[in-house]
Design a protein. Structure first.
Length: 507
């Protein structure tokens, strides 16, 4: 009895058994569909491809031939396909420059797999859930794609190409194999060695000097190919034109051979010419550098020139042309008479300019000698300084108004100033004063009639001297200023007939 009770106590509860069975069934089902254990996070990435071909869930992801993950889904995204795949944690990190290639599996394996290149270590790592862009993925070329390229037109062109090659390498009718294209190609092989060497240097230059130069070149070439692919009709016309050109060249192979021979001579002479061009490039650079500032300032000049040309075009317009031609006709009709008058005027003008240059200008540049009273300035400056004094002169010699007084008798010590208004102008020195000794600067004397020679050219005549033949002594030493000859009161007496007259209120 006790044994039966103990066995009933060790029996599992039916609900617990049912829960274990349900959990085991769910785990087996999840593993069958997801190839993994539940509640385990796996590193997931996405890749955009042009054609996912036969990639499906469970297709392996390999790095260097070793399985590193698997494909977990494929979906369409526009014209491309998005492949979802997971990567094992021991294959991390995956960098942003990683690439994906869809490769054929072995024959016995079948289907396809993803070949993952994790990228360069210097690139940043891609995060979980990241995406590899379309430019970093590639799909396999399938056989039907190759066959679809060779359509009827392509097969016809290929046939024509092979026939042209056969005709080019064969010998002409009735000639030996030594005159065939194959023999010419064989004789040209020794010359291929320097050609291939230069080609290798040329292709090495295509590698560029910076890290992404080749990528830029290939991208540009791809753009050119896309443009050609989008213009198939024009490309066909180009190929047809090349075919016609090749046929024309083959029909005149003698002239072509001569041209190739001359081209060979040109190529032999090219290095020297290219070397000379290379030597002249620094000078060209210097010239361009020197022209650069002028080119920067040339636009406004050209704009003004364009405006001037537009004005000239407006003047020469059909509506204005008749008036312009009439004016020019009158000008040209009167021009001969004007030239005849100028021809008689220029000799006279030359005599005047010669006289001014040889006699008048040197005389005006001299200074008048006056001993210690000499100004030291040229005569023309003294004359210019004299003019404001003449313009400011006034008849108000005393305080009685603008009147000029005349003295009937002034004594023996007088100075005659010449006639003024019909009367003789006479000045007098004060009584008991120093007698008059002459004028300053000294008078050089009157010119005689013999010294006026209008019959002789002015430039041949002697320039007169500004100094007197008899130099007067200095009236006052240079150490002390000269005293006035007449005081203000004495001058007033002389001007008023010996009487001092004052206006009312004058001092």
């Amino acid at each position: 009895m006790r044994e039966a009770t103990r066995r009933r106590g060790r029996r599992l509860h039916p609900l617990l058994v049912a829960a274990i069975v349900i959990a085991a069934t769910a785990a087996v089902t999840y593993y069958a569909f997801n190839q993994g254990l539940p509640f385990v996070h796996r590193f997931t990435l996405y890749a955009l491809v042009n054609n996912s071909v036969n990639v499906h869930d469970g297709s392996p992801v390999r790095i260097a031939g070793v399985d590193a993950g698997s494909v977990s889904g494929v979906s369409a995204t526009g014209a491309a396909s998005k492949v979802k795949f997971t990567v094992n944690h021991d294959a991390l990190p995956i960098h942003k420059d990683a690439t994906i290639r869809i490769r054929d599996r072995l024959f016995l394996e079948g289907s396809y797999y993803l070949e993952l290149d994790p990228g360069t270590p210097s690139a940043p790592a891609i995060a979980d859930g990241g995406e590899i862009p379309l430019s970093q993925t590639s799909s396999p070329v399938q056989f039907y794609s190759v066959l679809s390229t060779f359509d009827v037109a392509a097969r016809t062109s290929l046939t024509n190409l092979l026939n042209s090659l056969s005709q080019g390498f064969a010998s002409p009718a009735g000639r030996s194999l030594a005159s065939s294209g194959a023999a010419g190609w064989k004789s040209a092989i020794p010359q291929m060695v320097p050609l291939f060497r230069d080609t290798a240097l040329f292709t090495r230059g295509f590698r560029g000097t910076q890290p992404h130069d080749v990528h830029t070149l290939l991208s540009s070439f791809a753009n050119v190919m896309d443009t050609l692919a989008g213009s198939s009709a024009q490309l066909a016309d180009l190929v047809s034109g090349l075919n016609a050109t090749a046929a024309a060249l083959s029909s005149s192979d003698g002239a072509l051979a001569q041209s190739v021979s001359e081209l060979d001579q040109t190529v032999q002479a090219a290095p020297g010419a290219l070397t000379a061009i290379d030597r002249s490039l620094p000078s060209v650079v210097d010239l361009a550098t020197a022209l650069d500032p002028s080119l920067k300032v040339s636009p406004p000049i050209l704009e003004r020139l364009i405006a001037t040309v537009n004005q000239l075009v407006a003047v020469l317009a059909p509506g204005q042309r008749a008036e312009l031609l009439s004016s020019l006709k009158a000008t040209f009709a009167e021009l001969p008479a004007i030239e005849a008058q100028l021809a008689s005027t220029f000799p006279i003008g030359k005599q005047i300019t010669d006289c001014l240059q040889s006699n008048v200008l040197p005389l005006l540049q001299r200074s008048v000698p006056d001993g210690s009273l000499s100004s030291g300035r040229p005569a023309w400056q003294d004359f210019v300084h004299f003019l404001p004094g003449v313009a400011g002169a006034s008849g108000n010699f005393d305080a009685n108004g603008p009147y000029t007084r005349f003295v009937a008798g002034a004594g023996s010590n007088t100075l005659t100033g010449g006639p003024l208004g019909g009367q003789q102008l006479v000045g007098s020195a004060p009584p008991g004063g120093t007698s008059l000794q002459g004028s300053r600067p000294a008078w050089i004397g009157d010119l005689t009639s013999e010294e006026f020679r209008p019959d002789v050219p002015c430039r041949t005549q002697k320039v007169p001297s500004l100094a007197s033949s008899t130099t007067l002594p200095d009236l006052h030493p240079a150490s002390s200023p000269p005293p006035p000859l007449l005081s203000r009161d004495q001058i007033a007496k002389l001007m008023n007939g010996g009487r001092t007259q004052r206006k009312a209120g004058a001092r």
